[in-house]
Write a protein that binds this ligand. Structure first.
Ligand SMILES: O=C(O)c1cc(=O)[nH]c(=O)n1[C@@H]1O[C@H](COP(=O)(O)O)[C@@H](O)[C@H]1O
Length: 271
C-alpha cells in the first residue's frame, strides 16, 4: 500500500489505531475451541467487528508459529481475509526479522510476496545489508525497531556510542540507506518523552507505537510529541482490545475498547 492511501484512510476514519492480533488459545472464548480453525475464527470475528475503527492490523507471528503448521495456516487465512475483504486496511507482519542479505531477501519474499503483507518489523542489529533487501520491495514498508517499549530497551538502545545513543545511530544511519523512503520505525508508547528528539532526526516517517493499554503507555503524550502534519503515527493495542471479554460477546467488547481509543484519536485529530 502507498503511504498516501494510509493517510487518506486515517483522515476518513479519524483513527490511527492498529489492532494487534496476538492470539493465545488460552485467552480466547472457550466456545471457539470447537471450530476447525479457532485462531482464524477469533480473528475474523474481531476484524469484522472493528475494521471501521482502525486503519491497521498487526498479527505478531510468534502467536501463530507457537501452534506449528496450524498456526501458520491461520496466519495465512487471516491475511488473505484482510486483503480480500478489507483491502483498504494496512497490514503489519510483526516478525522482527533481519539476517545476512540473501536470507533477508527470503524473509521479505515470505511476508511481502507469499503472504501479501504491506509491512514487516525488522531488527536493525545486523545493519545495512540486512535491511536493504526488505527496502527493495516497492510499496512495502520495513518497520525498524528503534526504541522499544520494554524495560530491556535500556540495556543497549539508550547506551551512548561516540556521544550518541544507539537508537539515534539506528535512526541517523538508516535514513541514508537505499530506498529509505520505505522505512517506518517502532517507538514504544512507554518512551513518549523521547519523541521530540526522535522527530528532529526523522521528522516525517511513520512510527509504529506499541505499548498503550496493557503496557501503560499514554496516547495523548505520544500524540503531543510524535504527531506530524500527516499524522505519522500508528498506535497499536493488542491485549487491551482483543481480550476485552472471554464471553460470546467478545467481538463487540473488543469493538467498544477500540472505539474508546478511536474517539480519543478523533479528538486529537480535530484539534
Ligand atoms: O514491534 C512491535 O510491535 C513491538 C515493539 C515493542 O517495542 N513493544 C511491543 O510490545 N511490540 C509488540 O506490540 C504488541 C503489544 O501488545 P500489547 O501490550 O498486548 O498491546 C506485541 O505484539 C509486542 O510484541
Amino acid at each position: 500500500m502507498k503511504i498516501d492511501q494510509l493517510i487518506n484512510e486515517i483522515r476518513k476514519k479519524q483513527s490511527f489505531l492498529c489492532i494487534g492480533l496476538d492470539v493465545d488459545l488460552n485467552k480466547i472464548p472457550k466456545h471457539l475451541l470447537n471450530e476447525d480453525d479457532p485462531i482464524f475464527a477469533f480473528n475474523k470475528a474481531i476484524i469484522d467487528a472493528t475494521h471501521h475503527l482502525c486503519v491497521a492490523y498487526k498479527p505478531n507471528t510468534a502467536f501463530y508459529e507457537a501452534y506449528g503448521i496450524k498456526g501458520w495456516q491461520a496466519l495465512e487465512r487471516t491475511i488473505s481475509y484482510l486483503n480480500k475483504e478489507y483491502p483498504e486496511i494496512y497490514t503489519i507482519a510483526d516478525a522482527k526479522r533481519g539476517d545476512i542479505g540473501n536470507t533477508s531477501t527470503m524473509y521479505a519474499k515470505a511476508f511481502f510476496e507469499d503472504l501479501g503483507f504491506d509491512s514487516v518489523t525488522v531488527a536493525p542489529y545486523m545493519g545495512k545489508d540486512s535491511v536493504e533487501p526488505f527496502l527493495a520491495f516497492k510499496d512495502k514498508h520495513t518497520i525498524l525497531l528503534a526504541l522499544t517499549s520494554n524495560q530491556g530497551a535500556f540495556d543497549f538502545q539508550t547506551k551512548s556510542l561516540d556521544g550518541l545513543e544507539l537508537y539515534k545511530h539506528v535512526l541517523q544511519t538508516s535514513i541514508t540507506w537505499k530506498n529509505a523512503q520505505n522505512l517506518m520505525y517502532v517507538i514504544g508508547a512507554t518512551k513518549a518523552e523521547y519523541l521530540s528528539e526522535i522527530r528532529q532526526i526523522i521528522p516525517d516517517n511513520f512510527l509504529l507505537v506499541p505499548g498503550v493499554g496493557a503496557q501503560g503507555g499514554n496516547l495523548q503524550e505520544v500524540c503531543k510529541y510524535g504527531m506530524t502534519e500527516n499524522v505519522g503515527l500508528l498506535i497499536n493495542s493488542s491485549r487491551g482490545i482483543i481480550y476485552a471479554s472471554q464471553e460470546k460477546d467478545f467481538a463487540q467488547s473488543a469493538a467498544r475498547k477500540a472505539e474508546e481509543l478511536q474517539q480519543q484519536m478523533h479528538l486529537v485529530l480535530s484539534k
